[in-house]
Design a protein around this ligand. Structure first.
Ligand SMILES: C[S@@+](CC[C@H](N)C(=O)[O-])C[C@H]1O[C@@H](n2cnc3c(N)ncnc32)[C@H](O)[C@@H]1O
Length: 272
């Protein structure tokens, strides 16, 4: 297969389009785009990137944009990633919610959930915390992503042992089913049914019905520029219940002079 190269003007047109519509900043990722999209443009019958970029920018076929996003998003994730958030969830947030939420309704959002390891981890932590009290609560976990491929994998819920390296053996037995003869595990139906998956572009207005008590948006905004990030954090704030939390990736920060969230500790913010 020949390797097509992106002309500078097409590179600028494509990265401007992607940043404006999907937030992702790829202005330093020319080689990555060439490598990830070369086979796509050839299989679609385009002779070069110029033809492909013209086609994408016309937005004539949403399916082709979906294919492009599947290729260009970075979906790396694993169970129990950044464990300190899950300790904080178990030891601080949930006990607070038990005290404060008299209606026993809990709405959680994993925004940029990728292939599902984050929302399933959240669900396990909740089930382990509430135990027999779990059915007495109305708990909803919404998980969204822009990549249709990632969401399909999340719904399927089959994971290699490697992705589960930090999951205790007892949880593997309780929440997963080992695939016979393979080094992979499928999440149980109980766990699967506790998470609702939806495709959602974080650049769009947040249209979900309820305000959230906890929003996880970890390792997503690292790909966004400052302005996009600040706008998104403001939208999250408006969609958070008073007393609710926003958790971001540990390598990320929120500009405290701009955001109304109160800083609690690294990567952890609260709406007071
Ligand atoms: C590296 S993964 C993070 C997964 C998980 N939150 C974690 O911390 O392990 C980043 C995810 O953000 C998603 N994403 C990027 N831009 C997005 C957007 N504009 N709207 C929704 N999801 C987006 C990507 O598709 C990808 O699955």
């Amino acid at each position: 297969m020949n390797m097509n190269l992106l002309e500078e003007s097409d590179f600028i047109r494509l990265t401007t389009f992607i940043q404006k519509n999907y937030g992702i900043n790829l202005t330093k990722k020319k080689q990555l785009i060439e490598a990830r999209l070369n086979s796509t443009l050839q299989s679609m019958g385009f002779k070069n990137f110029n033809e492909y970029v013209n086609h994408i920018l016309r937005k004539s076929d949403p399916k082709d944009i979906e294919i492009m996003l599947n290729k260009l998003t970075t979906n790396y994730t694993f169970f129990m990633r950044e464990t300190s958030h899950f300790d904080f969830l178990k030891n601080t947030i949930l006990p607070q919610m038990v005290k404060e939420k008299k209606n026993r309704v809990l709405n959680i959002w994993s925004a940029g959930c990728s292939t599902g390891q984050e929302p399933y981890t959240i669900s396990i932590i909740l089930k382990e915390f509430f135990k027999t009290q779990y059915p007495l609560w109305d708990i909803k976990i919404l998980a969204t992503d822009i990549s249709q491929n990632a969401l399909s994998q999340a719904k399927l819920g089959i994971y290699l042992k490697d992705s589960l390296k930090d999951v205790p053996e007892s949880w593997l037995r309780r929440y997963f089913i080992k695939s016979p003869g393979k080094d992979e595990y499928q999440v149980s139906n109980e766990l699967k049914s506790s998470v609702s998956y939806k495709i959602f572009n974080l650049m769009d207005p947040i249209i979900f019905r309820v305000p959230f008590d906890i929003i996880f948006c970890r390792n997503v905004m690292i790909y966004f520029n400052q302005e996009t990030k600040e706008n998104l954090v403001q939208k999250f704030y408006d969609a958070t219940n008073t007393g609710g939390y926003l958790l971001i990736g540990h390598s990320e920060t929120i500009n405290r002079s701009v955001s109304k969230y109160k800083y609690i500790m690294p990567a952890t913010y609260r709406k007071i």
